[in-house]
Each structure stands twice: as C-alpha cells, then as structure tokens.
Ligand binder design. Sequence first.
Ligand SMILES: *Cc1c(COP(=O)(O)O)cnc(C)c1O
Length: 281
Amino acid sequence: MLDLQLPSPVAELRDELLAARGVRVLLKRDDLIHPEIPGNKWRKLKHNVAPAVEAGRLLTFGGAYSNHLRATAAVGHHYGFDTIGVVRGEEHLPLNPSLAYAVSRGMRLTYLDRTSYRLKTSAVVLDTLRGEFGDFYLLPEGGSNPAALRGCAELPAEITEPFDAVFCAVGTGGTLAGLAAGARQPVIGVPVLKAALEDDIIALQQATYGDRVGDWHLEPDYHFGGYAKRTPSLDSFIEDFDSRHDLLLDWVYEAKMMYALFDQVHRGHFAPGTTVVALIN
Ligand SMILES: *Cc1c(COP(=O)(O)O)cnc(C)c1O
C-alpha cells in the first residue's frame, strides 16, 4: 500500500553550532513521506504515473543500488502498471536489498554491460529493449524528466514558514531543477559526485520551462571523492549529527548536503537572522 505522508513535516533543527552564528535551519522531512521511498523519488514519479498507466508498462534505468528503481517498482505496484528496471552492470545473486525490494514489488530486471549502458538512450538499445519487453513508457535514469521537475516544483509551496534559502543534495539534478523553478528563494545544490552537472540541470529546465529558471547554484566541493565515496571526516560528521539530533543522515546524499550547510554557516556565508531550509530525502 502506498500510504504517503503529505505534505511532509517541517521541523527546526536546534543546534548550538547554528545558534552561535544566528542561523536557523528548518528540515523539510521528505524522508518521512514513505518508509521505503525517498520523498523526492515520489515527487519525481507523481506526474509520470498517468502516462505510465496509459502505456501499461514503464521502463527505466539505474545502478544496482538505485533508490529510483525501488521507488518506481513501489509506485508501479500500487498504480497497477508493469515496471522494467534496466540495471547497469552484471547480475549479482543474491540480489542486494534495493533490487530485492524492487523485484518484490513486481519489477522485472534486465542488465546492460557498462558500454551498452552508456548508449542506453540510443535507438539501437531502446529497440532491443522494445523487442524484449514490448512497448513502454520511458523514464530516464534517476527519473528526471519534465514531469519530475513539475513534481519537485510543488515542494516550496508546502513550507508555510518564511525562509531565505534552500539546500539540497544533487545526484542527477532533477530535484534541484524543479525546486529552483518553484521557489522564490535561492536554491543551493550540493553535488554528491564529481561530474559537472550544471549543463544537465540547465538542459532539464530548458526542456521543461523553455529556459534556465530560478536563482540556483552548485557548491561542487563537497563530494568527498565522488559518488558513494566516504571519508573519516564525513563518517564522524554523520555520527556526531546522529548523536546530537537522533537523525542518521543518508551517507550517499543528505550527509554531504548537511556537511556543506554546516561548513558554509561556520564560514559565515549566511548573515545572522537567516533561515535555511535543508531538504532531507
Ligand atoms: C535520488 C536522491 C537524491 C538526488 O536527487 P536528484 O534529483 O537525482 O538530484 C537525493 N537524496 C536521495 C536520498 C535520493 O534518493
């Protein structure tokens, strides 16, 4: 059952390090929307449900630990459309918990070696997949398409308290691209990988809104070595944060974002009296 807590709660993070700088941080708890699905994955899927139901079948792509694949499987199961997950790399059995969950929600999995995966949106690869699975509604990797941006653009209106800026983690950038379109405030994205993402984000906004929109920028120096890489300083930040706030930050995404936020507050990037929203997925 897809039992969603919406709008997701907003809670102030009471923290002496922030208080010392006079900065308020509000947590937008999209992680509480559903226990199995990061909230932004729901927001990105929401407006893709109708075309997927109409097609009867949705195909999408992801890595072996993809939150997007598991969320897509859960949503397909609930709304009654078939889901096919194209996984990068080889099959490893037993399936890891992410893929096992996706399969338990009815997702069929297929695998592409890394070279084919890079060509996954080419006509050749898509025709092969159509031959194997029949026609499908195609959702890009990470679920980031114009419908996804429109779903994420709805988030800022859920926050009733005044705020001055938003921080979010950036994987594909779809969440940031939509948030920035829906917010009047600046949005600061913290990439969790080394790739230069700015052009992709601009392209997503152009495809959705015709142009670059909103006031946003990336803070590219907090990837800690790259996607799903971690360091002792990130680990101790996570531990310390958990012990002080009883909230275990997801280390692939939200911990890097929160580290960046604390670092920027510490460096005096925000004037006393500033309220920053931190998006937790
Ligand atoms: C997917 C994901 C992100 C990144 O979202 P993008 O729209 O790809 O940038 C951030 N946090 C969590 C927990 C996620 O699962």
